[in-house]
Each structure stands twice: as C-alpha cells, then as structure tokens.
Design a protein around this ligand. Structure first.
Ligand code: ADP
Length: 467
C-alpha cells in the first residue's frame, strides 16, 4: 500500500514541479522586469498545461487505483472478521501483503484460533457448571439486588414446587411463596453479610431446610446466593428425641413420686401403723417393678436403636422361639386364667436373630394375655407364605383396639387406655420394641383388631430356605 500511495503522490508532485519549472523558465526568459507579462505568457503556454495535465492525470489515476485496491482489501478484512465472529472455528484464509494492511491481516489471522479456544473453554466451563448444579442434592439459588433469579438448579425448582428451567430474570416472589426465604435474601442484600437460618417451607407439614446465604458480587451490582440443605429427617429425629426425653421423664415421675410419697408416709409414723404398712410397702414394690420395667424396655430399645448387629442373621427355628416365649409368659397367663395355645410350626425357619424373635413374641403374647378376659385364649401360629416368607400370628380373644388407635399403637409410650396399661405394669414401649426387633430382621409387623372381640398381630419375616 505504501508504494502505491507514494507513486500517486509522486505523480502529483511531478505535475506541480513541472508547473513550477515552466513558470520559473518563463519568468527568467521574460526577464524579471515584467512579472505580469511573464505570468500571461506562462498561462497561455500550452506545453505548460499539457505537462501539468499529464502529471496530474497520472497522479489522479494512481490515487484512484490505490483507493480502489485499499477499499477492496479493507472489505476483505471486514468479511474475514465477520466470518470469524460467526464461526471462530471456520477455516478461512487471509492474503498477506507486505504493508500495513498486511501486518493488520496477519494480526487478525492470529485471533480466530484464540477466540475458538476461549469459546471452547467457556462452553466447557458452562457444561461443567450445569453438570454440578444438576447433580447437587442441595437446592441452589442466586438472585440479583432486585431479587430476580440469576441462577438456580433443578433441586431448587423442586423445592419451590415449580417446573425445572426457571428463566433468569424471573422475580423470586413469583416462584417462592414463603416470605421467610425472601426476607432472608433481602436481609443479606441489605446488610452485605452472610446469614444462616433453619426454615420450614410451605405448610407446617412442609420440609425443613438449613439455609446458608452469602453476598455475591456481580458485574451488574450486588446479589446473594443461597444454599438450601434438606434437614427434614434431622428435624424429625430431633423432635422424636425431645418427645422421647419428655415422655421418659413423665413416665419416671409417676412411680418415683409414689415411691417417695409412701416412703415418707412410712417414715412419718406409718411404720407403726400395723394395718396399713404392708399395703404401703406393696405399693412401693409395684412402682419399683414399674421403674424396673421401664429401665429394661428403655435398655432394649436403645440396644435396638444402636442398630447394626455385628453378627450376620442366622436360621432360627420358629417352633423353638414360640415355645420359649410361651414358657416366659405362662405364669402371668395362669394368674389371669388365660389359655395359651400354639399351632404346629413344623420345621419353619426364619433368617434373623433368635433373641430378637423371642423378645417380639414375648411382648406380643404378654399383651395378648394382659388385655384379655378371664378364660380367654391366646394362639400363636406360624406358616410359610407363597412369597417365601414366614408369617407368625399372635391372636387373642381380648378387649380389642379401637380402629382410631390402630395406626398409633406401635409408637413409643402410646397406650389406648393409659390407666389400664399402668395398672398392668405396662410401659407403653412393648409394641415399639416389637416393631424395632422385627424391622431389624428385615420384616414387618401389622395389627388387625375388633373391639370387644380380640386382636391379631401379624409378623412377616424372611424365611430360611434349607439348601
Ligand atoms: P404396654 O406396655 O402398655 O402394653 P405396648 O406398647 O405393648 O405398651 O402396647 C401399647 C398399647 O396397645 C397398650 O397400652 C394397649 O392399649 C394396646 N394393646 C397392645 N396389645 C394389645 C392387645 N393384644 N389387645 C388390646 N390392646 C392391646
């Protein structure tokens, strides 16, 4: 380019120099005495005009040619840059001359590979981010300072109860109805510091979340990012634990108060009361037995809660466990005039733990005796099911359980008739021990009952198949 421009300029310069030379020659010839005449002679000299016209003509043609070539090459560069903007990976070539435009072209031709590499890196990062967001168990949400969604994952959409793919820019209040979360984000946006809170989203039955919110610096201003960790199960367990502690304290208080009261009465003089002192001591004994029962049941529950048994499950002969459980309950049954009977279980074996099975059977048979009528009956039967399980049924002819109480009888400390259960020395823990023990052997327990007629507790356990 430089040479073409120079040649055009050179031709123009030659024209101007030719004119100047001609003028000075004429001035010299006409003598400097009359410059006006010399100027007229110069202007009327056709050779001067011809020389100047030829020189200027050549200069203009050169400029036209150079300008045309420049325009063509600049347009080439523009098309090239359009092509690389549309597709940095496109394999297009630039012709390089040895001038400034050539240098510019060479610089530009180094851009597409760099742009291509950057685009690839950015799209890889985006894919990685999408994969992380999609794979996250925690719900993630980022908002801008106007509380509009900048980014969120599918887990968050599930938490909010809206379809996945929330568009950036959607106002948060349109997807989250819970004011607590919106307020928490607003708080962080206003104060600029991180915050953590436990929130229950939705109704009072809704899930619980531990929400961590941190401020987020964004190009367009401030924002906030929230991570919601589902702690519903943790919260439930905490509530169960608190209820359990409250229940245990309550259960212990009654016998302890009674023992202390009667002991004080005896010490205050009732020891000399020959008529009543035996009764007082008997009451103390009854409550001490209750305390003992509670302690034993709590211990059994805690053993079951501590879960994983070191030993693998073994084949257990059902007949042997049933007979042993019946022997344990026999004295209580005899006292209440309740008949115990068991059907033949044959060689049916379960895959589990002998102690656990016996524990469950003793509790069920004991209840069947306790909540029976005099001369009532308790039957224990076992059979192999079509699905390859062992079904053990403990049925009685007792008082039965109201249908409204049936779903709750396996809960800890749940009793249909609190006073009657206490009177019988019950702790309210027997059936929850049964459920725990059975579940530990990967089985299930269910109850059917008819008020005034009797109840049936059905245990289903994996049967052992002899090879
Ligand atoms: P408890 O120590 O009171 O027996 P359980 O957990 O064993 O506690 O039983 C819970 C409640 O379920 C009992 O208080 C009783 O009201 C009811 N129940 C359990 N088994 C029977 C049954 N065979 N017949 C009638 N009611 C029963």
């Amino acid at each position: 380019m430089r040479s073409s421009v120079f040649s055009a300029l050179a031709w123009c310069t030659i024209g101007i120099v030719a004119l100047a030379l001609a003028l000075s020659t004429l001035l010299a010839a006409a003598g400097a005495a009359d410059p006006a005449r010399a100027a007229v002679a110069f202007l009327t000299n056709w050779r001067v005009w011809l020389t100047a016209a030829v020189a200027l003509g050549c200069g203009l043609i050169s400029i036209r040619v150079v300008a045309g070539s420049l325009a063509h090459r600049i347009s080439g560069l523009r098309q090239y840059s359009d092509r690389i903007l549309d597709d940095p990976a496109a394999d297009s070539q630039l012709l390089h001359a040895d001038d400034e435009l050539g240098v510019l072209g060479r610089s530009m031709s180094r851009v597409p590979p760099r742009v291509h590499e950057l685009v690839q890196r950015v799209s890889l990062e985006a894919q990685r981010r999408e994969a992380i967001l999609a794979g996250m168990v925690e719900a993630l949400l980022a908002v801008d300072q106007d509380l509009k969604v900048v980014l969120c994952n599918d887990a968050f959409a599930r938490v909010a109860g809206v379809p996945a793919g929330i568009a950036p820019g959607t106002p948060l209040v349109r997807i989250v109805r819970d004011p607590a979360l919106v307020d928490l984000l607003r708080d962080v946006l206003e104060h600029g510091g991180p915050a953590r809170r436990r929130l229950q989203l939705g109704s009072s039955e809704g899930p619980w979340f531990e929400v961590n919110v941190a401020p987020l610096a964004m190009p367009a201003g401030r924002g906030a990012i929230a991570l919601l960790h589902d702690i519903t199960e943790l919260e439930r367990l905490e509530r169960v634990r608190k209820d359990f502690v409250a229940n245990v304290s309550h259960e212990l208080r009654t016998p302890l108060t009674a023992i202390r009261g009667y002991a004080e009465t005896l010490l205050d003089g009732a020891l000399d009361d020959a008529e009543n002192r035996r009764r007082f001591v008997e009451v103390i004994e009854t409550h001490a037995i209750r305390l003992n029962n509670i302690a034993a049941d709590l211990l059994a529950l805690s053993e079951l809660d501590n879960g994983a048994l070191a030993e693998p499950p073994r084949p257990v002969l059902v007949q042997a466990a049933v007979e042993s459980a019946i022997r344990t309950v026999e004295p209580a049954a005899a006292e209440r005039h309740v008949h115990l009977a068991s059907g033949a279980c044959g060689d049916l074996e379960i895959l589990g733990y002998r102690m656990r099975l016996e524990q469950a059977l003793v509790n069920l048979i004991d209840n069947a005796v306790k909540f029976n009528r005099p001369e009532g009956e308790v039957r224990v039967e076992a059979e192999r099911t079509d699905t390859g399980h062992a079904r053990i049924v403990v049925s009685d002819t007792g008082i039965g359980i109201p249908s409204s109480d049936l779903p709750r009888v396996f809960e800890r400390f749940y009793r249909v008739d609190r006073a009657r259960s206490r009177e019988m020395g019950g702790t309210g823990l027997g059936l929850s021990i049964v459920r725990h023990a059975v579940e530990q052997m990967k089985g299930t327990v269910a109850v059917e009952s008819e008020l005034g007629k009797g109840s049936r507790f059905i245990i289903v356990l994996p049967a052992h198949h002899a090879a």
